[in-house]
Ligand binder design. Structure first.
Ligand SMILES: [Zn+2]
Ligand SMILES: [Zn+2]
Length: 603
């Protein structure tokens, strides 16, 4: 169904829906620099839902993608505007306001999990679905407090950061009217905190909360799974919250969510105050704290200026339990946006959300940190290898040289450095809390490191080294992990990977080709006898292939690792051809061992 046909159908079946081709997108009100110059790209409907809790609700759908890969954006407007302000902060509704044609709206998220199943060819049905979904959510937000509470706890970290940013921006607009505040890193650290955790993926025992401006003295409170769903109170964003939320309002909310979490928080703050008074020292400006629900981090800071003033002026006064509480209640509190850098959060959660298995508990060895090994190492790290309790190991005795740059994952700042050590550094630069071991040795002298691994990758792409690795692999009983070898054929006509393990009778690296010999015919992916182009350069020869071949090999190996994690490792011998190969193709399959293999053939 075409766009115009859909629009005709809608206006026929829904005469009450107002349709307009809009010359500009809905505008984010605070972003005054935005120039709405994308002419005619947006189809906009204003749809009236009628009444929800006696308020007249207007829904605005804005379609910018008629393929519906991106769903329409939805906005709502209530009359009176006060009605919507009363239920904020709310799940699914933005705190920020948007404008179109002099009307002010709030963004509404309606793509709730497990609710979107539709036929993408039926555009009318999709729009109808979006509308129904919006109507349903808006009505429930206004009429069902329990629904709002449950969804609040599900979206708590999103709502939390919205409040943090909203209050911060309002406060500073009020002070200095600076439109660049949001993007200014100096200001950003005022409402932003980063949470790090060392290694421990389950218990959160060794938490550190760091921020350049906010020294962390405070506590981490894990709410566990005993908390009760609760809405964030409207006072969190009320006008008086411009200079922080009163601690009493915050504590009332926290007590309702989790009394034990509140007790823990109060105890930590009061004991800090007592320690300051006892030691007769100057209190710090802010205490920072963090609540954890599942792996969501909800950070906040408490302004201690009330306490400071008390210490400065009333030294003679006794600091008793009564005024301790009063000082605390009078303190102001700011919500902070936070980022959770725990491996559990990053790897388990984000990767699980993609429905991929992860390497988080597997010890993985990559042999060779060259053009292929470098890309493989970084890819496996992204699957969780080296995060949490596992270790990612890389071995290579070579140094990175200028000639490597054209097809190596590492860049100029590593030139002259050992490839294994440099790759370890690069993994640690890119991902938090990784355990990477680097051996600047030749594998030929260190076959022992294959022991105790869960997976071994031979990325040497060197026939002689691969031969020796394969022999050692079969000779050393203590090596139990499967091994994947990967290489590039000729000038990148195809890339190949081979999965081999001790218990299963399938082709090993030496079955495919013995060192010094051609590839055995039945395993040869390039049937046509085409000679490799070898480049000669200052008494060194090398086989030219492009960086795309390195990346292709790494992605072939990554897919194989994912299949292994899923328990579906076949086909064990895989060939991925480049589009420029027009010869006969070898099918990827499980290949049997070669009868003449000197390593694995059984008599
Ligand atoms: Zn939502
Ligand atoms: Zn063999």
């Amino acid at each position: 169904m075409s766009r115009s046909k859909t629009i005709l159908d809608i206006s026929d079946s829904h005469p009450d829906w107002l349709f307009a081709r809009c010359s500009k997108p809905v505008e984010y009100l605070i972003d005054r620099s935005a120039s709405p110059d994308s002419k005619g790209r947006f189809d906009t409907w204003t749809l009236c839902t009628g009444l929800a809790n006696n308020y007249k609700i207007e829904i605005l759908l804005q379609v910018s993608d008629w393929g519906f890969v991106n769903l329409p954006n939805a906005y709502i407007k209530t009359i009176p505007a006060k009605a919507i302000e009363n239920i904020l902060p709310s799940p699914h509704l933005s705190l920020s306001q948007y404008a179109l044609n002099d009307k002010v709206y709030h963004h509404l998220c309606f793509a709730l999990a497990n609710t979107i199943v539709f036929d993408k060819s039926n555009k009318l049905a999709i729009i109808q679905y979006c509308f129904d979904q919006c109507k349903n959510i808006v009505t429930k937000l206004f009429t069902d407090r329990n629904y709002r509470a449950v969804d609040t706890m599900q979206e708590i970290s999103v709502i939390w950061s919205q409040v943090a940013v909203h209050n911060f921006l309002n406060y500073h607009y009020h002070l200095e009217n600076d439109t660049l505040l949001y993007s200014n890193p100096k200001y950003r650290s005022h409402y932003y905190a980063t949470l790090y955790v060392d290694k421990d993926i389950t218990g959160f025992h060794t938490l550190k909360l760091t921020s350049t401006l906010l020294p962390f003295i405070g506590c981490i409170i894990n709410l566990g799974d005993t908390y009760k769903p609760h809405c964030l109170p409207n006072q969190f964003i009320a006008d008086e919250s411009l200079n922080g939320i009163s601690f009493r309002i915050f504590s009332n909310w926290l007590k309702a969510v989790s009394p034990s979490a509140y007790n823990q928080l109060e105890k930590s703050i009061l004991s800090y105050m007592v320690s300051v008074v006892k030691a007769n020292k100057k209190p710090i400006e802010y205490l920072t704290g963090c609540l954890i629900i599942d792996t969501e981090t909800l950070a906040f800071r408490i302004d201690l200026s009330v306490f400071q003033t008390f210490i400065d002026s009333d030294k003679s006064k006794r600091f008793n339990s009564k005024n301790k509480r009063r000082l605390l209640d009078e303190s102001r509190l700011f919500l902070l946006e936070s980022a959770n850098y725990t491996p559990h959060h990053i790897f388990e959660r984000s990767i699980k959300n993609l429905e991929q298995p992860s390497l988080i508990d597997k010890n993985v060895l990559v042999i060779g940190g060259g053009a292929i090994g470098g890309y493989i190492l970084l890819s496996l790290a992204r699957l969780g290898a080296g995060a949490g309790g596992s270790k990612l190991t890389i071995i290579d005795n070579d140094n990175l040289s200028i000639e490597n740059l054209g097809r190596h994952v590492l860049g100029q700042n590593y030139i002259g450095k050992n490839k294994a050590t440099a790759l370890k550094e690069e993994v640690n630069n890119q991902l938090p809390n990784m355990t990477v071991a680097a051996y600047p040795h030749s594998i030929l002298n260190r076959m022992d490191i294959m022991q105790g691994m869960d997976l071994i990758i031979d990325a040497t792409a060197d026939s002689y080294a691969s031969q020796c690795i394969n022999e050692a692999y079969h000779n050393l009983d203590k090596i139990t992990a499967p091994i994947i070898s990967a290489w590039i054929r000729n000038n990148g006509e195809c890339v190949q990977s081979l999965f081999h393990e001790k218990e299963v009778a399938s082709a090993c690296r030496s079955c495919v080709s013995k060192n010094g010999y051609h590839m055995r015919k039945e395993y040869d992916a390039l049937f046509e006898d085409r000679s490799t182009i070898t480049a000669l350069q200052a008494c060194r020869d090398y086989t030219p292939y492009a960086v795309s071949s390195s990346m292709s090999t790494a992605s072939l190996v990554t897919d194989m690792v994912l299949d292994w994690l899923k328990g579906e490792v076949s086909p064990r011998y895989r060939t991925r051809y480049s589009e420029k190969w027009h010869g006969k193709k070898l099918q990827s399959a499980d290949f049997l061992p070669h009868e003449d293999c000197h390593v694995c053939a059984r008599p």
